[in-house]
Design a binder for this molecule. Structure first.
Ligand code: SAM
Length: 226
């Protein structure tokens, strides 16, 4: 059960059921260090896995958000927000931060806008990203990147540019899949060690601030500007 849910999250159940898509997934850009070819253009389909309540058991969103220790008045960007699994929880956190729910897919942005309105979350603003920038309208205190780091291309350049959108003392939090897996998630070449992530982000001008170890399937690494 849990294995299927995890498969659904990143590979997606339909992709597993679709040999052509699976072949593209497994065979795309040999040696590539990003997963940019994977399109998330069907929010209703992805919501079934991204927002599956059973995900909470291993994704531990409340604990992740608690670990961020947000203060009232702070602003957060959820980069690669998908259907809003984290964005809505961030918006409801005690600190009630302003949340920028950022995604590359126009249909996801539309979905995020509708979801925020339907759930009465006025502190969520959906933002359409490009492949080179989250297009944040203003600096934020925390940039949270959940299960999306491996989808971003040219990460050293991307995150170097992002520093201009962090407030002084701002943090960059990365949650992404551990290597090895065996859990039906992304192929191993789209999973990185903490050292690889820290190395890429050092090139971008960040230093590791905290490494949380409580997520069973993912790293949870928090960086600050050097
Ligand atoms: C695996 S999903 C994760 C969704 C969400 N963070 C979650 O945990 O449920 C990855 C999402 O990131 C988006 N994405 C991929 N590359 C992106 C980029 N460069 N900038 C912003 N969003 C991106 C995809 O469209 C997709 O919605």
């Amino acid at each position: 059960m849990m294995r299927l849910q995890f498969a659904s999250l990143c590979v997606t159940a339909s992709l597993l059921a679709d040999p052509a898509a699976a072949q593209q997934h497994g065979g795309q850009k040999p040696g590539a260090m990003d997963h940019m070819d994977h399109k998330f253009d069907d929010p209703e389909r992805y919501a079934k896995s991204f927002d599956d309540p059973a995900r909470d058991a291993w994704q531990m969103p409340a604990r992740v958000i608690e670990a961020l220790a947000l203060k009232p008045g702070q602003k957060v960007a959820d980069v690669g927000a998908g259907t809003g699994y984290f964005s809505v929880r961030l918006a409801r956190a005690a600190a009630a931060p302003k949340v920028f729910a950022v995604d590359l897919e126009p249909k996801m942005v539309e979905h995020l806008t509708k979801r925020a309105a339907a759930e009465g979350l006025k502190n969520i603003t959906a933002v359409l990203a490009s492949t080179t920038s989250p297009n944040l309208p203003e600096p934020v205190d925390v940039v949270l990147v959940i299960d999306t780091y491996h989808h971003i291309g040219n990460r050293p350049a991307y995150f170097a540019a992002l520093k201009a959108k962090l407030t002084p003392g701002g943090r960059l939090a990365i949650v992404d899949f551990r290597k090895g897996g065996g859990d039906g998630g992304p192929p191993d070449h789209f999973r990185f060690t903490p050292e690889q992530i820290t190395g890429e982000l050092a090139q971008a001008g960040y230093v590791l601030d905290r490494a949380h170890d409580f997520l069973p399937r993912q790293h949870f690494l928090v960086y600050r500007i050097k």
